[in-house]
Design a protein around this ligand. Structure first.
Ligand code: F6R
Length: 242
């Protein structure tokens, strides 16, 4: 794993956007794996800025998001479909039918998981997967205890994850209890992985990732088994490592 240090959130976001833009410029038809959440918003902002200024083209890119809540309409403002549209998709020239997220409203959720996994395979596989990390070490919604062999599947969200995500909802009761997520094996098949870590609240998670042995109690620890992982972390996130 390669660790790149950034001063703060802004610098982390700039470095991350540059990394992703470089991927798209060097391979126009890249398949990007995308994440939602607070950490990656600054990165998307800078990708949008670059698109406006430099015209980096996304016309041949395909994207797959890590996850989506179960039981949430894509049009719901808290859905990850809405998030991606608002933060990135509507601002760049990515064709509408080139972006994929799991369908949390599917009648048959098991079939939806299989369909999603197959779509990723059919695309030729993910060239670069962008990840954030949960305070409990989750990646995607693969919570502690998740099997390293898991492919796209339905998960029950832990209380800590629901609490962390409650900031986007009126109350914690409104936070869905389940999601569809790429599995750990799905994520690990990506050719390259870029993990972003920002802020004191993630200091323990990054310190555990770096110092602890690989174990599914800490899903992010599996990244040590991947040949091409870059972590960009800011000073606050790295505060426990000094
Ligand atoms: C989001 C996702 C999650 C987040 C993680 C960090 O699609 O899969 O694993 O990356 O929960 O979220 P933030 O950035 O909001 O702290």
């Amino acid at each position: 794993m390669k660790l790149i240090q950034a001063k703060n959130y802004e610098e982390m976001s700039e470095k991350a956007a540059a990394f992703m833009i470089q991927q798209v410029q060097s391979k126009r038809n890249s398949v990007l794996g995308l994440a939602t959440g607070g950490t990656v918003i600054g990165t998307y902002d800078r990708i949008v800025e670059d698109f406006k200024q430099s015209n980096t083209s996304y016309s041949e890119v395909h994207t797959f998001n890590l996850d989506e809540y179960v039981g949430m309409q894509p049009s719901d403002s808290n859905s990850y479909h809405s998030y991606m549209d608002k933060q990135l998709f509507r601002h760049i020239n990515l064709p509408e039918d080139h972006s994929y997220l799991p369908d949390g409203m599917a009648d048959n959720l098991q079939e939806e998981c299989q369909r999603y996994e197959q779509l990723i395979k059919d695309s030729g596989g993910i060239d670069l997967q962008l990840l954030g990390i949960g305070q409990n070490g989750h990646i995607g919604f693969n919570e502690p205890g998740a099997s390293f062999d898991s492919v796209t599947h339905i998960v029950n969200l832990t209380e800590s994850t629901r609490k962390a995500n409650a900031r986007y909802f009126e109350s914690i009761e409104e936070v869905p209890t389940q999601a569809i997520t790429m599995g750990i094996a799905t994520i690990m098949k990506s050719k390259k992985i870029l993990l972003l870590v920002s802020g004191e609240s993630k200091a323990e998670a990054i310190s555990r990732l770096i110092n602890e042995q690989i174990h599914n109690d800490n899903p992010s620890s599996v990244l040590k088994n991947h040949a091409d992982v870059t972590i960009i972390a800011d000073e606050e996130a790295l505060s426990l490592l000094k």
